[in-house]
Structure formats: C-alpha cells, structure tokens
Design a protein around this ligand. Structure first.
Ligand code: UD2
Ligand code: MN
Length: 494
C-alpha cells in the first residue's frame, strides 16, 4: 500500500494532539513511519502536581539559598532533594513536533552517562526521566560510568537502587580519568547500535529519543544533538536557552558559543533538523560503528573540555554531518561553579603577597577595574570557582580570574612600568597581558621590564621596577602545579 505525502497535511488539521499511537504511515520513499509519542506517559505527567512539577521553579526561601547547598555540586542540591525524581516537564517543543512521525524501525541505543561525584537526586532524576520518557524497545542499556567518585552514596547504595532497572549497568574507572576517557570506557562496553551520551544531571523531555535515532537511521554518518534546555541551578525551573534554536560555533579562544541561524539557511519548517558546525559537547547520539570509525575521542584529552571540537571536526572531515534536532529536547543543569577538583593542569588558586599576607582579589573585576589586595579566602572554599581569588596562569602566558575550566575573559593588564594592574578583556597577544612567574617569586612583565608590587596599607597593586629583595614584590602561588609552571617558564625564556 502506498500513501501520498499530502496525508500529513490532512492529519495535522484533524488531529491536533498527535497522530495516534502506533499508527503506521508509508512515505513515498517506501519507508514506514509512525507516531512514537507515548500518550500514556504524557497523560500521567499532565496529572502530576507539587513543587517543581511541570518544570516550575521551586519556591526558594532565604536559607535554601545558602552556599552550602551549592558546594558539592555547583547547583542547589536542597532543591533537587525536594522535588520529585519523576517530576513532569513542560512540553516546550515547536508545535509541529507533535505531528512528526519517525521510522517505524529505529536502531536501539546504549545511553552512556559519565559521572564524577554527582549528587544523589540529580543523578537519579536523570535515570528516572529516561526510563519514563523513552520507548523501552529503543534502549539497549543505560551505562552509568563512575569516574572514580568518592562520595558514599555512589557506591553500594547506587548499585542497590539501580537493581530495579533491568537495563542499567554501572561500571567504574580505576582512577580518575576525566570525562573524555570515562565516556570512552562506556562506549567501549556498549552493545547498542547507537551511542547516546548524556551528562549526569539531565532531564529528558517528551519523545526526545526517536527524532535523534531517526536522523541516524536515515544517514549513519551523522552526529545528532538535542536542544539543550536550562534547568536553573538555583530553583530548578525548566526553560529553553536564550534564543533557543541556534547553531554551535566558537571564537578565536575556542570558547563555545551559539549564534543565530542565518536567514538563508533557515528551514521552511523550523522544527526540522538543521546543520550545526560544532556541538556543545555533552548530549548527542552517534552510530556506534561510525563513532569508532572516527577514532572515538582522543584519549589524551584530560578531565574536561575541548572534546566537542575534536569530534565535531572529525565528523566534517570524514564526510559526515552534524545536526541539531529541535523536536528532541533535554534539560541540563548548568552549574554555578565547578565543584570537582582538577588534578592536573595549569591551575593555581590564590596569589598571596609575602609582605602583606594578603591575596590578589578581583572582586569588582569588571573590565578596566584595578586589582586590589584583600584578606585571603579560607582554605576549603577554593572550590568555588566564582570566587574572586582564583586565578589561572594559562598557555597564552596571561593571568585570568577563575579556574582553568571556566576562566573569566579578563586578564591582568598593565600599561607601563608604573601603572596600576587592571583587569582588561583578554586579547591573547601577549604585550601588556604577558606575564611570567620567576623563581625569586616576582611576577615579571616583559614588555615593560617591571614587576608587580603592592602597597599593603592601601591594598593597592601596581607595577614597579623589579626588586626581588623587596617582599612586597614576592608572590606565592598557592596550589600551583609546579611542573606545569616550570615548563611554562622555560619556554618563556628560550
Ligand atoms: C559541557 C558539556 C559536558 C562536556 C563539557 C566539556 C553540555 C550540556 N555539557 O560542560 O558534557 O562536554 O562541556 O567540554 O554540553 N565528569 C566526569 N569526570 C570528570 C569531570 C566530569 O565523569 O572528571 C562527568 C560529569 O559528572 C558530567 C560530565 O562528565 O556528567 C560533564 O561534566 P560537567 O557536567 O561538569 O560539564 P559541563 O556541563 O559544565
Ligand atoms: Mn554538565
């Protein structure tokens, strides 16, 4: 039997809620398609009520806002603990998505979720949302890959909990590997036809998986990404990202950004998949064989970041394509700060002055403002990257507030051998933003041949003629990786 494409138009007009469960439609290409919505589960979600349901913000009180709620995860775990693991979400897809049909026979998938010290309820909510909003026949397995977490709830307690889900497997790395090698471990054990990667603090939305698998079934050389929605790190409200459907891009500093789709590339139906140059990183599906043909990820990538470019470039260079799929939506908690420790890298925490015993502080650090000294933050609170006393000495040989994973885009800048040290937009071209740390503990500024000095009484930080014997010019980098710093400095002097 053969139907004509016009049938769709007819259906759109007569069945506003959807096409009807399980009904089959044959396209002119001869392939059978069906409506994959699970109307029973949609109905169940619609009936739910309570705090945080339908993705509404949880009503926060003062004390719920306390920093202790954020410390372990970088998002408010109290709120997470107080909303249902199976909470409902708003269906914020483009209205056309309700009427879309996908191949009747879709490949199945292994869902791979790396985690390092994830919160209990945020991890469980990820799993529950998958179980509740994904057709069981499409899930080959859910692989939770523990990247050497040390929190107690992620050990036996997690294994006991997951016994109720036949498809969940837990595997663990033998040492801290970082998210890239952790994903690779999951991928190497996966048996599904498709690999679907998610972060460990997500909530998948209605009918999220079929549109992803459909795109891969039509052309296996594709990586497909859902729209990533924002779960607020304070109140857990669920909403689209600003601007919603945009293309992935990056700037000259390799910062990921999203830019609008140019009008000439916009689709007639904005709910159709569109090509995107690079992906955000965490949430995507890929044919398993094609992933390995691409060489997977480079296993030399450490802890966090950059892997999305590596895989994106390989896709394009190997004759594949990358698509964002507006009818597939997954919520993700964007953290307030990175809660986990980064064992290697160019990280440095505080820069303390020997004479003053005060630290460099970037509190009022908008661009153009002067750096000042302030009382050093207590040890232990250094995990809050948003704190103004963390700095990164980067490969660009500049110094930026923030830790390496999420630095702010301002750099230490000095315009002369006697000017104050200010924060200024990083340009990555050395010059006034070029620094080196010397063995005598001075912070040297090659372009002006001077050093950073300070006035403890006034808490001022300024440039001065280098005098390594003056303690006001001696700075201690606390928690720095000395090997990295030495490598850095030998390069600078050669
Ligand atoms: C984004 C991506 C993330 C990843 C990252 C680096 C989204 C929504 N998220 O940052 O997936 O691509 O950029 O480019 O696109 N983890 C480990 N071991 C570690 C550190 C993290 O297993 O050492 C896990 C962590 O539990 C999480 C995932 O890796 O499930 C990503 O880490 P993240 O959530 O801290 O990264 P995020 O969302 O800031
Ligand atoms: Mn994440």
């Amino acid at each position: 039997m053969r139907a004509f494409p016009v049938i769709i138009i007819w259906i759109k007009e007569t069945l506003p809620l959807g096409l009807g469960d399980g009904q089959l439609f044959t396209w002119t290409d001869g392939l059978k398609r069906k409506d994959w919505h699970d109307y029973e589960s949609i109905q169940k979600d619609a009936m739910r009520s309570g705090k945080g349901e339908h993705g509404k913000p949880y009503p926060l009180t003062e004390e719920d806002h306390d920093d202790s709620a954020y410390r372990e995860n970088g998002f408010n775990i109290f709120v997470s603990n107080n909303i249902a693991l199976e909470r409902s979400l708003p269906d914020i897809r483009h209205p056309n998505c309700k009427h879309k049909v996908y191949l009747e026979t879709l490949p199945n998938t292994s869902i791979i979720i790396p985690f390092h010290n994830e919160g209990w309820t945020s991890l469980l909510r990820t799993i529950h949302s998958i179980i509740n909003r994904t057709p069981d026949s499409l899930i080959a397995e859910i692989i939770l890959v523990d990247d050497f977490s040390d929190r107690e709830h992620l050990k036996e307690k997690l294994e006991e909990y997951m016994v109720r889900f036949a498809k969940v497997r837990i595997v663990r790395t033998k040492k801290r590997e970082g998210l890239i090698r952790t994903r690779l471990l999951g991928a190497s054990l996966a048996r599904g036809e498709v690999l679907t990667f998610l972060d460990s603090h997500c909530e998948v939305n209605v009918n999220w998986l079929p549109p992803l698998l459909n795109q891969i079934a039509l052309n296996h050389k594709t990586i497909v990404c859902p729209m990533i929605d924002v779960i607020d790190h304070n109140h857990f409200g669920y909403e689209a990202q600003a601007g919603d459907a945009m293309r992935g891009a990056f700037d000259w500093e390799m910062y990921y950004k999203r830019i609008p789709i140019p009008p000439e590339l916009q689709r007639a139906d904005p709910s159709d998949p569109f090509e995107s140059p690079v992906m955000a990183g965490g949430l995507f599906a890929v044919n398993r064989k094609w992933f390995w043909e691409l060489g997977g990820y480079d296993p030399g990538l450490e802890i966090w970041g950059g892997e999305q470019y590596e895989i994106s470039f390989k896709v394009w260079m190997c004759g594949g394509g990358m698509y964002d799929v507006p009818c597939s939506r997954v919520g993700h908690i964007y953290r307030k700060y990175v809660p986990y420790k980064v064992p290697s890298g160019t990280s440095l925490a505080r820069i303390r002055n020997v004479a003053a015993n005060l630290c460099v502080d970037s509190k009022h650090g908008a661009t153009g403002t002067e750096l000042r000294l302030d009382i050093c933050v207590k040890d232990g609170s250094e995990r809050t990257w948003s704190h103004e006393q963390l700095f990164t000495f980067g490969w660009r040989e500049d110094i930026r507030p923030g830790e390496p994973l999420h630095t702010r885009k301002f750099c230490f800048d000095a315009i002369s051998h006697s000017s104050p040290v200010t924060l200024y937009d990083c340009h990555g071209m050395k010059g006034n933003q070029h620094w080196s740390y010397r063995k005598d503990k001075t912070l040297f500024h090659p372009v002006s041949s001077s050093c950073i000095d300070c006035n403890p009484a006034e808490k001022k930080i300024f440039m001065n003629r280098c005098d390594p014997l003056s303690e006001t010019q001696q700075w201690i980098f606390e928690h720095i990786n000395m090997t990295v710093l030495e490598k850095f400095n030998s390069k600078a002097s050669s």
